[in-house]
Design a protein around this ligand. Structure first.
Ligand code: GSH
Length: 204
């Protein structure tokens, strides 16, 4: 299998951590891929018309899209129910937590694009602030959700580590550690896992 990958992408990082935790990392070839809004990329567009990474390309050529679906696929390959509970209330809790984190990451990425990619005269500060607040308020939600910070490893916890790592990487002055000390402790615990530590985005 091949995974389109950038070490800067929090979505690709989530898949990498999951693959390590599931014991499948050696089955995946990482294909360095660059995507940038506003720039054509016809080759990548043929793989995925929405031009987002990561995608997983199976040996038969099938393409699995979206980091959540890729992790779900890997989880099934590993026997199922490992990072996404197979049934019951926890399943819906983990999936729902993950959806919130996915929305937070989407908002953080939009802030980053607004700040770094959009030409300055076209920037819309109120829009960027609104998106940043969505991510920030999401962190507040998890700061006050003890089960999220203490339950056995799942895809939502991996996504939370990726959100916090992305905050460090792209919004280093945002002050999340001071505002959210329980998330800070959670992040430190997650960093004790080799999968999380090895995948910290490189300095920009
Ligand atoms: N829902 C997608 C989001 C992936 C995503 O937004 N990836 C970013 C890179 S971190 C991207 O490809 N951005 C390029 C673009 O939006 O044009 C997933 O979970 O895989």
């Amino acid at each position: 299998m091949k995974l389109t990958f950038s070490p800067a992408s929090p979505f690709a990082r989530k898949v990498r951590i999951a693959a390590i935790e599931l014991g499948l990392i050696d089955k995946i070839e990482f294909v360095p891929t660059a995507v940038a809004p506003g720039q054509p990329n016809d080759d990548y567009s043929r793989i995925t018309p929405v031009k987002k990474l990561p995608v997983l390309i199976l040996d038969n050529g099938d393409v699995i899209l979206d980091s959540y679906v890729i992790v779900e696929y890997l989880d099934e390959l590993a026997g199922g129910g490992k990072l996404i509970p197979a049934s019951g209330a926890t399943r819906w809790k983990v999936k729902s937590d993950h959806s919130l984190l996915q929305g937070m990451l989407d908002s953080m990425l939009l802030c980053r694009y607004e700040k770094m990619v959009r030409p300055e005269p076209l920037r819309w500060q109120a829009w960027a602030d609104d998106h940043w607040n969505r991510a920030w308020n999401g962190m507040a939600r998890f700061e006050n959700q003890p089960d999220m910070l203490s339950r056995p490893l799942d895809i939502a916890q991996i996504a939370l580590a990726c959100v916090l790592g992305y905050a460090d990487f792209r919004f280093a002055d945002c002050g999340w550690r001071k505002a959210y000390p329980k998330l800070d402790a959670f992040h430190e615990r997650m960093l004790s896992r080799p999968s999380v530590k090895i995948s910290v985005p490189p300095p920009a």
